[in-house]
Design a protein around this ligand. Structure first.
Ligand code: SF4
Ligand code: FES
Length: 263
């Protein structure tokens, strides 16, 4: 396979730590193969910086297969870059042209403080999950679980919701930095299943309360979240979460309503 080499100019956000001011730095690279992934391109730039004794660009990644959600960054103003339904690690350099200038920034949201360069602290998402993203019923082993019939449409919808990888692109793209799409996906994937019914009310109340406590904004239906979501989670899940939330608020017993208040 022949290699087309690209010469690129990068403008990369550099920031030493959460309380340090950040700035853009310019790098040029002329050894980028079109077959590289975006992260491999950054690896090449970092090797060059290391040879020069400079601090490499910090960026988050783990699986590099589009399944862990670690690798998010804003590329030319778009969370995860120009390809729909594609995580940054699955974005390939053949989608860029020789001579392109690429601006690379971290997620921008006060609930996701920058740790360093392109790495942000997404632990707010972990705390939303801890607030209610679990079931406490015993579901048994796989054969036992298979004995609980789930309507096909519910199972498929639950799987769609469960495909959320917690990357945070929805927050980064939203003008309100709302985490509604992420939270709605997590509320729905358990709330659609029989095993998730016992805690359904408590789950939505507590997860929405935690989302608010973390400082995420409210959803005002811009739908930017759905547009950038690499797993194409539908905003319909937000409507489902809002319905569940209202129903829970109106019908929950007093202890559940009280538990809604974040610690
Ligand atoms: S809803 Fe989509 S964009 Fe938001 S965290 Fe989940 S996978 Fe990422
Ligand atoms: S590194 Fe895991 S989704 Fe990109």
């Amino acid at each position: 396979m022949s290699d087309r080499l690209l010469k690129l100019t990068l403008q990369v956000w550099r920031q030493k730590g959460p309380n340090e001011p950040g700035h853009f730095e310019r790098y040029t690279c002329d050894t980028v193969s079109e077959h590289m992934s975006f992260l491999e391109m950054l690896d090449v730039v970092n090797e060059g910086l290391l040879v020069q004794g400079k601090d490499p660009i910090a960026f988050d990644h783990d699986c590099r297969e589009g399944i862990c959600g670690a690798c998010g960054m804003v590329i030319n103003g778009v969370a995860h870059g120009p390809r729909a339904a594609t995580t940054t690690c699955q974005l390939h350099m053949r989608h860029f042209k020789d001579g392109d200038q690429i601006v690379i920034e971290p997620w921008r949201a006060s609930a996701f403080p920058v740790w360093k360069d392109l790495v942000v602290d997404r632990s707010a998402f972990d705390r939303i999950i801890q607030a209610g993203g679990y079931v406490s019923v015993r579901t048994g082993s796989a054969p036992d679980a298979n004995e609980t019939a789930v309507p096909k449409t519910d199972a498929e919808l639950a799987l769609d919701a469960a495909s959320c990888i917690g990357c945070g692109a929805c927050v980064a793209a939203c003008p309100n930095a709302s985490a509604s799409l992420f939270t709605a996906a997590k509320v729905a994937h358990l709330g659609l299943l029989p095993q998730g019914q016992a805690e359904r009310q408590q789950r939505v109340l507590q997860m929405v309360a935690q989302m608010d406590a973390e400082g995420f904004g409210h959803c005002t239906n811009h739908n930017e979240c759905e547009a950038v979501c690499p797993k194409q989670i539908s905003v319909r899940f937000i409507a489902r979460m809002n319905r569940d939330f209202l129903r829970a608020l109106l019908t929950a017993d007093e202890p559940s309503r009280l538990r809604r208040k974040p610690a």
